[in-house]
Design a protein around this ligand. Sequence first.
Ligand code: HEM
Length: 492
Amino acid sequence: LRRPSRSSRPPLPPGPKPIPFLGNVLELNTEAPYRTYAEWSKTYGDILYTRILNQEIIVLNSEGAAVELLERRSTKYSDRPFIATAGLFGWEWATALARYGPRLRQHRRLYHQSFHAGASMSYRPRQLQAAYEMLARILDDPTHYAEHFDRFAATVVLSVTYGYDINGGEAFAKSLKHAADIFARVGNPESAALCAALPFVKKLPAWFPFMRFKYEAAECAKLAKDARNQSYAWVRQQVDEGTAKQSMVADAMDGLGDDTQDHQLVQAIKDSAATLYSGSVQTRGQTNAMLLMFVYHMMHHPEVQVRAQVEIDRVVGTQRLPDFGDRPALPYIDALVRETLRCHPILPIAIPHATTEDDVYEGYRIPKGTTVMANIWAISQNEAKYPNPTAFLPERFLRSDGTLNDDNVPWIYGFGRRICPGRYVADASLWSAMVCILALFNIEKTVGSEDIKWETGMSSYPLPFPCKFVPRGKDTDGPTLASLIYAHRVDY
Ligand code: HEM
């Protein structure tokens, strides 16, 4: 058998011409690479090829191409690119960085068992409770609203993952946060690119000039390891004593019996659980970033707030707080949640996938080992599907009779075998936080509101900015709200 000659192989997808060593890095807007990719797609089409240093990247600029490759052909497209610093920082255990294989599948099974659409419903009372408590904090101290969002997100994740109450003060919660912060600060794409381009860097000792980050790397790895063991031991003790609340780790222990029997599964439980927690507390996780985005949109769109509040007042009234039973009667609120997810996606290039086999798409060759990115930002700004895409218009998700349409922006959570396993939990957290805030407060501009700094790179959202949370009712004071929250109190 003769191998096909190089010239008879399909070509790579089109793209800007790379220069030696650097590739296309000089043309890339590194603060918002998704904008450059969207710009290039006007010349090269929905699928384009680019090289950044020594990393070969294929960018999918349309929902159709992303669904075709990352979902329908997911057996070939579910790996992650190798991140050189992950191992160095002791972070190779995290699900989001895991290569495609049995370990990833084990993590995904554990998530599925506790967070599929049906199972996620059982966490709703806790999410609502956490949202109510967040309202009380905002009322008491509105200036630090972003910190209250961080606490809300961490409360939910600790509860659904470990059945742990954030007020418990266990050391593991602190160690994991600390490790996640170090990894976010030092394990950045630049150090990763340095380690990938110059592999000997990984072997240099920490005292070597410019290698100080290695001291932090060692600390980060140790903290993360201790925290994973301690959090697991904490749930084990609760389960053995019969006091454990339902959670992902407790569910997983149910099928385990003795911890010494299946080391691999025990490690998978520790690692998959810690991934959720570290993702949510790391400087800012997805849920809290999305809530900052929500405040930003509301501050600029008082007319949207009014329409949402008319709906809430009609369905819920002013004598109680919203709950999930109200959700079907509040279509505009759901439309508002979807528009907040769509209008400015917080993960504009999601998390890159990578191929495990060669493939051909629309006559183009996609080699094994290529990084494949879905340009979520380009998908969100598709004029044909979302006319006037930069405008914030929740009604684009409503039919003419006022009911919700079928577009629940699924692409915001990624694709195929790597799709976000926490999407149902995230959806319930976002809904409960947004509806509760709108029920109680008007969000208004104040001095400094226009001077907003943005997180850039892989994520994009406004960093905390000044704004006012003005209670809507004359009698919304601490004691009234406390009695409303108490009346709704759920024990979980
Ligand atoms: C607004 C909130 C959220 C958004 C927009 C979001 C979005 C995403 C996206 C785009 C990915 C990458 C998917 C892909 O590679 O195709 C992802 C992965 C992931 N998400 Fe979320 N997420 C959110 C909240 C959550 C929550 C609350 C949890 C946990 C309870 C969670 C757990 C994860 C995990 C573990 C992964 C890695 C999956 C893997 O690599 O296989 N996410 N998320």
